[in-house]
Design a protein around this ligand. Structure first.
Ligand code: GDP
Ligand code: CA
Length: 322
């Protein structure tokens, strides 16, 4: 650990679960936080480029988020969407009036040829966010979900179909040729601690790690690597990760998460309720640590984040890193 310097913490995050962890870490003093978000949920609606997971991170860290639904801007109107509906457009993707302003700005900057990384950084700064929101790539990668009715874009599956279809497979269109941003590689390779948020392993964390160079950098990084389970007592807090993991032949619990991350994580934070899985997780070579991991409010988020940092500091101090 660099004495006298703030610890560099890099979080890999999806949307709602990712943003909760990001808010917790943002409340920890004496760290320098970078958040690598998922861009594979991005899709164009009404000619505008929408980036749902990056927006959830941005609105959460800016204190603008709708806390009840966990995404979108609080006290939001739907008048722009009403107009589009009158004009015969499909409006299943909920985009609020204030929210539209951000999508207009993002699309305008992209059309001017600006790097998506720079646009996301500028938005975060303009919204007063201190942490760095880092895009893993400037290229377009889009998650698609295979169902019995064929391949759907992630938002068609998640929002329009409300995760009802069984998932037979997942692919990340464009990922083979996507190039990682230098800023994401730097955030990974210079980190003292890498945290994997309790985000969906299959459609939030995987499309970050599978960008060529990103997963390799995480493996090669000397940081302490600690993941948080999105499963508590065999259930997800929200979303389709349990059904997705089960239908793709994986265990849908904290042990399944450990199996997925075992080749590169040092520790997995599991809930106290999952303490019975600790021995099996340890047998994979992943050190299990038990805490309450349900984040209902800001206090829960900050407490979990400081526990994660305390675990990381123990290892960094013991390792005597210079
Ligand atoms: P999405 O992109 O909005 O789907 O969000 P993420 O992929 O970042 O997060 C979804 C995951 O977050 C789900 O699998 C949830 O189980 C998990 N999650 C949500 N809230 C919490 C929480 O308070 N604690 C934990 N441990 N996991 C959570
Ligand atoms: Ca997402």
């Amino acid at each position: 650990m660099r004495s006298g310097e703030r610890l560099r913490v890099t979080l890999l995050a999806g949307g709602v679960g990712g943003a909760k962890m990001a808010e917790g870490l943002a409340a920890v003093e004496d760290i320098k936080l970078s958040i690598i978000g998922n861009i594979a949920d991005d899709e164009a609606f009404h000619g505008l480029w929408v980036s749902p997971d990056i927006d959830t991170l941005t609105y959460s860290l800016a204190g603008m988020i709708d806390r009840v639904q966990g995404w979108g801007v609080a006290d939001e109107g739907k008048r722009a969407l009403d107009t589009l509906s009158m004009l015969g457009q499909e409006t299943w993707m909920t985009l609020g009036d204030r929210d539209f302003g951000l999508h207009i700005y993002r699309t305008m900057r992209r059309n001017q040829g600006d790097r998506p990384f720079i646009i996301a950084r500028d938005v975060a700064r303009a919204f007063g966010i201190k942490a760095a929101i880092v895009l893993p790539t400037d290229d377009i990668v889009q998650t698609q979900v295979q169902t019995d009715a064929g391949w759907l874009s992630f938002q068609q599956y998640f929002v329009r179909e409300q995760c009802a279809p069984d998932v037979r497979g997942v692919r990340f269109e464009g990922i083979e040729t996507a190039r990682p941003t230098l800023e994401a590689l730097k955030a990974i390779l210079t980190a003292d601690v890498i945290v994997l948020a309790p985000s969906n392993p299959l459609v939030s964390i995987a499309p970050i790690l599978e960008i060529p160079g990103i997963g390799e950098a995480v493996k090669a990084a000397t940081a302490h690597k600690i993941a948080v389970s999105p499963f508590i007592a065999g259930k997800v807090v929200k979303g389709p990760a349990d059904r997705m993991m089960a239908s793709m032949g994986m265990r849908a619990d904290a042990l399944g998460v450990a199996q997925r991350y075992q080749s590169f994580v040092d520790q997995l934070v599991i809930d106290n309720e999952d303490a019975t899985l600790a021995a099996d997780i340890a047998a994979l070579g992943v050190d299990p640590v038990c805490y309450p991991i349900l984040m209902k409010d800001q206090t829960d988020k900050a407490r979990l984040a400081s526990e994660i940092m305390a675990e990381a500091r123990k290892t960094l101090d013991a390792g005597g890193r210079a």
